[in-house]
Write a protein that binds this ligand. Sequence first.
Ligand code: GLY
Length: 385
Amino acid sequence: MISVNVSTASQNALETIRQNLVTFADHYPNDTTTSNVYALRRAQNGFGEGANYGWTTSFWPGVLWLAYDLTGEDTYLCAAQEHIQSFIQRIEGKIDLDTHDIGFLYTLSCVVPWRITANIQAKHAALKAAEQLMTRYIDKIGVFQAWGKLDNPELRGNTIIDSLMNMPMLYWASEITGESRFAQAAHRHTTRVAENIIRPNNTTYHSFYWDVETGVPLRGSTVQGFADDSCWARGQAWAIYGFTLNYRYTSDESFLDAAQRCADYFLDHLPADHVPYWDLVFTDGSAEERDSSAAAIAVCGLIELVHYLSEGDRQRRYQTAAEAILSSLVANYTPRNLSESNALLLHSVYDKPKAIGVDEGSLWGDYYYMEALTRTLKPDWKVYW
Ligand code: GLY
């Protein structure tokens, strides 16, 4: 689908990125916009304004790498490279890294510059990050703990569907070091997630607990979804893309099957304009907000998934759906101009139950929207994950 609107959309996105380069420089914006405008990351807990903390900062350099891949322009390359040092300092100091999201953080900030420019410092930082992530692996249950300190009894033995996106950095670490332990842990984690977090009706729990003493699976729940037994839209999108990426590195057919089951449910529960409400329990007529970021993640997952399927109805369905979702995002979910917003994509929801970032732009929404445009305009784009 190299249509005029995708090409125009990428030009508009690039214009916004050029402006944000000046505004953000080597600092970081907040996770989401406020009234559609990104401000510098707020100063808190000893971090200064615009500091590198939290789970979303790498999406900004990720957007810059995509802009460079799309245009070949040095402006984006230089700007993207400026962030490497900050992430080196962050891993050296183990700053705010009690999270599985180390994969999101270091894939985009350090694995990508290693792949694109052979930056050795970035490679070393990413390998340290992979080691740091490995400290969160609980061998008894075969799962990476998602959040918080490892001795926190409330969070011990818990993982979330988003974790699937943090596994590619571990497959990469195995490739680079020749040590299979990273990939083995990632494979086992994804297997445990597939066995427990997908319900029989192909919806997913956001979160799942195991007993760390016995290894027994305990219960699913939600944190950002509507209810423990509903299907958080972004979680389902993480599942589509995450299982597909895990298949990419393992050729484990059960992951390909899981990705398709999650995709089928997601597509069967989209409203007429192809962009989901923040939880798939809501349907047209609902007054609830959409989560455009879930749509953007799903587009990237579906395009990746199509590569592994043989020609047929299912492959066509996913291809057509990816095009329809992206067209709707371009037509209905992007700002008209820079004075409306400095986000690339409007109308995402971070955490509705906590009323955080509701109906705002988000850094990950911007990143996956830009990845979706790049994948469409440049079909030979080398996957970052
Ligand atoms: N990974 C956190 C989120 O999707 O909100």
